[in-house]
Design a protein around this ligand. Structure first.
Ligand code: PEP
Length: 246
């Protein structure tokens, strides 16, 4: 049985004060029927880890370096993330793919780094509006998954979560319908059968794209949707915890 996960991607929004306020709001209203994770910017990860104190909220990073250590100015390694108590990291978010040219191969290398250090990778996939209009959404997502499916072992997949985030729904206020999202999640699960039936059955697939408390319940009740990756709404503790309770 897959447990629901609601994960908040704070993107480049935070301060020490905001991290404290947001997390205390989340900790005061923790649901017990689902897992909760937050992904603050790097400088606030240690503060977040200290604040949650192992209290049922996982703390993740929004990115990770492809290398172990050395002359890579500005990068943060998986070993460092593990060292400060990070247990998850986003990889291949559409903003990183579009703004920083992160490729499917980069995604694979980063996932390998995370898995090596016992950190769960939340790999984001999803099509643009043009690709959906051209009815290419399944081929685009299949291509984004293909290196992972071909290269990672069953054991690696135990440290994997997929987030389906249609690019046209991220930060736009436009959410995929539950039918559109369920259709793509079922497709992703069928792709994961290429690894094994067990991986297909066990891997959590989150939906992301303008999720709000009002849309969460219907989305999360779809058979192949195992929770959400939430951007904008995760910056409001009341809205985020309402999504967790949905
Ligand atoms: C995201 O950036 O991962 C995201 C889903 O953002 P939003 O919820 O704001 O669309």
């Amino acid at each position: 049985m897959r447990r629901l996960l609601v994960a908040g991607n704070w993107k480049m929004n935070a301060s020490s004060e905001m991290t404290g306020t947001l997390l205390s709001g989340v900790l005061d209203n923790l649901p017990d029927h689902c897992d909760v994770a937050v992904f603050p910017p790097f400088p606030y990860i240690s503060q977040a880890v200290d604040l949650v104190g192992g209290a049922g909220v996982a703390v993740g990073a929004q990115n990770v370096a492809k290398d172990d250590e050395g002359a890579f100015t500005g990068e943060v390694s998986a070993a460092m993330l593990a060292d400060v108590g990070c247990t998850m990291a986003l990889v291949g978010h559409s903003e990183r793919r579009a703004l920083y040219a992160e490729s499917d191969y980069d995604v694979l290398v980063k996932v390998r780094q995370l898995v090596k250090h016992g950190i769960t990778a939340v790999v984001c996939v999803g099509e643009t509006l043009e690709q959906r209009k051209a009815i290419r959404e399944e081929s685009v997502v299949s291509e984004q998954l293909s290196l992972l499916i071909g290269e990672l072992s069953n054991a690696d997949w135990e440290k994997m979560i997929i987030a389906y985030e249609p690019v046209w729904a991220i930060g736009t206020g436009e959410t995929a319908t539950p039918e559109q999202a369920q259709g793509m999640h079922a497709f992703i699960r069928s792709e994961l059968k290429k690894v094994s039936d067990t991986v297909a059955a066990k891997t959590r697939i989150l939906y992301g794209g303008s999720v709000k408390a009002a849309s969460a319940a219907e989305l999360f009740s779809q058979p192949d949707i195992d929770g959400g990756l939430v951007g904008g709404a995760s910056l409001d503790a009341a809205e985020f915890t309402a999504i967790c309770r949905a």
